[in-house]
Design a protein around this ligand. Structure first.
Ligand SMILES: NC(=O)c1ccc[n+]([C@@H]2O[C@H](COP(=O)([O-])OP(=O)(O)OC[C@H]3O[C@@H](n4cnc5c(N)ncnc54)[C@H](O)[C@@H]3O)[C@@H](O)[C@H]2O)c1
Length: 399
C-alpha cells in the first residue's frame, strides 16, 4: 500500500472546507497536515475543527514544510500564480482550484513552472467529475449519442460569497471567469478534449450589481469539427444554484441537472434549521437539498483521480494544460464581448488532434438518394424525405 500523503492546504474558505471534508471523509488515509489561511483565527479554528496538526498564515512556510509532499491551492484567483511557483520551486506536487489563472498568460506561467520543475500538477475542475458527468462521458465515448453536435452548460446563482470575487482585479473577471470556467471545461469534455476550440462569440453585461465586472454572460465556442459549445453564466439568478448540462448528438441526447432537481425535493413550513445546500436562498418552503454535496459536485471522484494519477505517474483527467486552454477560451470571450465579433482562441501550442473529421450526418438511402428524415405520421404511415445526390432535388415518399 502507498504511503499516505501529507497535504498542505492553502485556503480556509468555502473551497478549503469542501476539499477538507472530502479528503477527511469515509476512511481516507490522506489528510491535511498543514493549513494556511488568513486571518490567523480562521486558520487556527479550521485546524481545530478538522484535526489538522499545523496551521499558519504564511503561504511560503506552509508550502515549504519539509513533511509536505502535496500542495492544494484553494485561495483567491490572484494568488494562484504565486502559490504554484512556490510549490514548483519546492519540488512539490500541486493541485490548483479553478480558474487556473485570471488570464491565459497567468495560466501559461503556471503550466511552464510545473513542467520545468517536473512536478505532478492537477487542475481541480470538480464539475467534470460529478458521477452523472462521468457516466455520461463514458456512454458518449461508447457511441451512445453518435457524433456530439452541441454541448450546453449552465451555471447560475445569486452571486459569490466573498468580497474578492466581486473585485475585477483580484478575480480577473466576473461570472464568465468564475462560472464560465466550469462550463467551458464541461463542454470540452463532452465534445472531446482533443478537438481544438477554434473561435468564440460572446456577449456579457453587468445587469444588477454595482461592479466593474460582468454579472451575466452567454458564449458560443466553435470547435475544429464544427461542434458548438454554449455556456450561460450569471450571478443574477434567483432560487439557488442552477447547474445543468445538455448534450445533443446525431444519435441521442443527454440532459443533466446537478443541483436544484436531484430527485430530493422537500417542503417545510417550520424551516430546515440551518444550511440546505450551496447558494440556497431559503431555509423554509420548497427546498432542494443535495444528498452528499461533496459527492454530487464531483470532489470525491476528482481527488481519487488526482491521487491515483500521482501514484501511478500518469496524467490526471484534468491537467494544468486544460486549465490553460480554458483561460485562453475565456480571454477570447472577453475580447468577443467587446468587439461583438467571433474571435479566435489563441493557444501557444495545441496538444490535441491536429486533423479532425468534420461532423457529417449524410446517410445514404439508396444509390441515388441521401436520407434527410424518416417519421411515422399520425395516420400510421411512414414518411421518408430524400435528397437526390446528383441533382440536389428534395422529395418525399410514403413507405
Ligand atoms: N467548485 C469549485 O471548484 C470552487 C468553488 C468555490 C471556489 N473555488 C475557487 O477556490 C478559490 C477560493 O475560493 P473560496 O470560495 O474558497 O473563497 P473564500 O473567500 O471562501 O476563501 C478564501 C480563503 O483564502 C484564504 N486566503 C486569502 N488570502 C490569503 C493569503 N494571502 N494567504 C493565505 N490564505 C489566504 C483565506 O483563508 C480565505 O478564507 C478561488 O480560486 C475560487 O475560484 C472553486
Amino acid at each position: 500500500m502507498k504511503k499516505p500523503h501529507n497535504i498542505t492546504l492553502l485556503g480556509t474558505g468555502l473551497i478549503g472546507r469542501f476539499y477538507t471534508m472530502t479528503l477527511h471523509s469515509q476512511r481516507s488515509k490522506d489528510h491535511v497536515h498543514t493549513v494556511c489561511g488568513i486571518p490567523e483565527e480562521s486558520a487556527k479554528a479550521f485546524a481545530k475543527e478538522f484535526d489538522i496538526p499545523n496551521w499558519t498564515t504564511d503561504m511560503e512556510k506552509a508550502i515549504n514544510n519539509p513533511e509536505t509532499d502535496l500542495v492544494i491551492i484553494g485561495i483567491p484567483n490572484d494568488l494562484h500564480e504565486k502559490a504554484v511557483h512556490l510549490a514548483a520551486r519546492a519540488g512539490k506536487a500541486v493541485l490548483c482550484t479553478k480558474p487556473l489563472g485570471r488570464s491565459a498568460k497567468e495560466a501559461k506561467s503556471m503550466l511552464d513552472a510545473v513542467e520545468k520543475a517536473g512536478v505532478f500538477a492537477g487542475y481541480l475542475e470538480d464539475l467534470c467529475y460529478t458521477p452523472k458527468t462521468l457516466k455520461s462521458l463514458k456512454s458518449i465515448q461508447n457511441g451512445s449519442v453518435g457524433q456530439v453536435l452541441w454541448a450546453r452548460s449552465r451555471e447560475t446563482h445569486p452571486g459569490p460569497h466573498s468580497a474578492w470575487f466581486w473585485d475585477l482585479k483580484k478575480a480577473g473577471g466576473g461570472a464568465i471567469v468564475d462560472l464560465g470556467c466550469h462550463c467551458i471545461e464541461i463542454i470540452r469534455n463532452f465534445i472531446g478534449k482533443d478537438i481544438r476550440p477554434v473561435e468564440v462569440l460572446c456577449t456579457s453585461d453587468t445587469l444588477v450589481h454595482p461592479i466593474e465586472a460582468e454579472d451575466s454572460g452567454i458564449g458560443l465556442i466553435r470547435f475544429a469539427n464544427r461542434a458548438i459549445g454554449q455556456f450561460e453564466v450569471s450571478w443574477t439568478f434567483r432560487g439557488g444554484m442552477d447547474l445543468r448540462d445538455e448534450v445533443a448528438g446525431t444519435e441521442g441526447t443527454i440532459w443533466l441537472n446537478h443541483f436544484l432537481r436531484t430527485g430530493f425535493e422537500m417542503f417545510t413550513a417550520a424551516g430546515q434549521g440551518g444550511y440546505v445546500a450551496e447558494k440556497s436562498e431559503t431555509e423554509a418552503g420548497w427546498l432542494f437539498p443535495v444528498g452528499d454535496e461533496v459527492v454530487e459536485l464531483g470532489y470525491v471522484d476528482m481527488f481519487t483521480d488526482m491521487f491515483e494519477s500521482l501514484e501511478k505517474g500518469k496524467k490526471p483527467m484534468e491537467t494544468f494544460y486544460d486549465g490553460y486552454v480554458v483561460n485562453a477560451i475565456i480571454d477570447a470571450c472577453y475580447k468577443s464581448a467587446k468587439t461583438k465579433k467571433w474571435e479566435p482562441v489563441d493557444l501557444f501550442e495545441w496538444r490535441g488532434k491536429k486533423e479532425v473529421e468534420e461532423i457529417s450526418g449524410l446517410k445514404p438511402y439508396d444509390k441515388e438518394h441521401f436520407l434527410i428524415k424518416k417519421e411515422r405520421m399520425p395516420e400510421g404511415k411512414v414518411k421518408i424525405i430524400l435528397k437526390n445526390i446528383k441533382t440536389g432535388e428534395i422529395s418525399q415518399k410514403i413507405e
